[in-house]
Write a protein that binds this ligand. Structure first.
Ligand code: HEM
Length: 417
């Protein structure tokens, strides 16, 4: 794990030394029985064991190593618990949701970088304020309410098909534009064109969120008192960086545009961490109040017992021998989180993902590109290794399934424009 801090000043040293001394005292006390995990070092604990790249894969490997679906880390006295199976995640985040639905307050993220809790209830601490916001949101996005967006969703998908016909090589940009422009139509009734500068601004601002999440541990989150050191001091590089990020985030919130961000962060392999608000015991393990809980959705969806050979694309795994859908096949909910904080946008998301995939496949054959001998080029699926992982750029061809498809695509794009 990276420690994000540049050359410390004398003040920083003194503050850190005092806090380290307290941590050392705590460390030497009798240790409760936490879930298994790597043995940490004095004071810093598991700082060097918490992975920052491909964390979902490493958490699963550690779970196997310790023979447990639940693993534990301690960093500077703060506890982190990772849940690698759906059963454990349901037990802790659903059955005990009254104590496991809080969010961690991060000085770096929520105070210094502009991602204030009041700007997005996804960051809000568990309580009445969050409850009010969530209720309001759900009125517009619950299962029955999302039908009102189907016309806009169809219109966006029709424009997407048209864009795929004109610029198939830009398929990733086309998909991102569909998501962003659709949210704008729904929330503000605004139509935008590809390349709109506000869209670029939002993408940059969301990038800062990813950077904060990726950076590892910020000392200011371990010792919040450091937020008071002036930005010009040596050791305050994190404050200068945060000020840069905050400028972008503030700009984004100034334009009526920020809801776009929900649509760009689709691949949340580790969910959004929860935090516990009371001491708990699970299967004989102690989980103290204030523990950060990470649900490893990737590990759950790569469970070999549920999905044999999980890395291979085998759609038939969901079908009966006669080609009909298996009665126990269902859309896995793990990517949308758990319990009281489960993604309230999931019905909307499921509908648009289904509509886009079904529409693309009904008019296009999506295939790998071919080499000079007409043989399909072999491509390995690789993904980003850090928080919000997306597939690394790859090539594919969109070919019309039948000649009349072009007319259909053009006509539907014009009729819904
Ligand atoms: C495939 C698309 C999506 C995925 C995979 C996804 C995933 C997630 C996850 C993992 C969480 C955290 C859940 C937890 O804490 O346990 C979350 C929260 C949230 N999502 Fe989504 N999401 C998607 C689309 C959307 C959309 C389209 C919207 C808006 C229309 C949305 C709005 C929210 C909000 C407001 C929260 C915060 C909920 C809270 O903290 O109470 N999401 N999402």
């Amino acid at each position: 794990m990276e420690l994000w801090f540049d050359f410390p000043s004398v003040v920083t040293y003194v503050l850190a030394a005092v806090s380290c001394a307290s941590l050392l005292i705590l460390h030497t006390r009798r240790r409760p029985r936490y879930p298994p995990g790597p043995k940490g070092l004095p004071i810093v604990g598991n700082l060097l064991d918490v992975p920052t790249h491909n964390a979902w894969i490493k958490y699963k490997q550690l779970g196997k190593k310790y023979g447990s679906d639940i693993i534990h880390f301690e960093v500077f006295g703060s506890h982190i618990v990772v849940l690698n199976s759906t059963t454990v995640a349901r037990d802790i985040l659903e059955k005990r949701s009254q104590i496991s639905s809080d969010r961690t307050h991060s000085v770096m993220l929520n105070e210094l970088s502009g991602w204030a809790e009041e700007r997005n209830f996804g960051f809000m601490r568990y309580g009445d304020g969050w409850r009010r916001q969530r209720r309001l949101f759900q009125q517009h996005f619950r299962r029955k309410a999302v039908a009102q967006y189907h016309a806009i969703q169809s219109k966006s998908v029709h424009s997407l098909l048209n864009a795929l016909l004109d610029r198939p090589e830009r398929f990733i940009a086309n998909l991102r534009f569909m998501a962003g422009s659709m949210i704008l139509r729904i929330v503000y009734g605004t139509d935008i064109q590809p390349g709109d500068s506000r869209l670029t601004l939002v993408e940059k601002a969301v990038g800062t969120l990813v950077e904060v999440m990726n950076a590892g541990v910020f000392l200011v989150d371990v010792f919040p008192i450091l937020k008071h050191i002036p930005s010009w001091m040596p050791g305050a590089g994190f404050k200068r960086k945060a000020a840069e990020w905050k400028t972008l985030v503030d700009d984004m919130y100034e334009v009526p545009y920020n809801d776009f961000k929900a649509s760009v962060s689709l691949n949340v392999l580790l969910g959004v961490p929860h935090r516990t608000i009371a001491d708990d015991e699970y299967n004989g393990y102690f989980i103290p109040a204030g523990t950060t809980i990470i649900a490893n959705a990737w590990a759950m969806l790569h469970d070999e017992e549920r999905y044999p050979d999980p890395e291979t694309f085998i759609p038939e795994r969901f079908l009966n021998k006669d080609g009909t859908l298996r009665s126990d096949a269902c859309i896995p909910l793990e990517p949308f989180g758990f319990g009281r904080r489960i993604c309230p946008g999931r019905y909307f998301a499921e509908d648009i993902v289904w509509l886009a995939i079904a529409s693309i496949l009904s008019v296009f054959r999506v295939e790998p590109p071919v080499d000079e001998h007409g043989e399909p080029l072999k491509q390995t699926a690789t993904f980003g290794t850090r928080f919000l992982s997306a597939p690394t750029p790859f090539k594919c061809c969109f070919t019309l399934r039948y000649p009349e498809a072009e007319g259909l695509i053009r006509a539907s794009a014009t009729s819904t424009a």
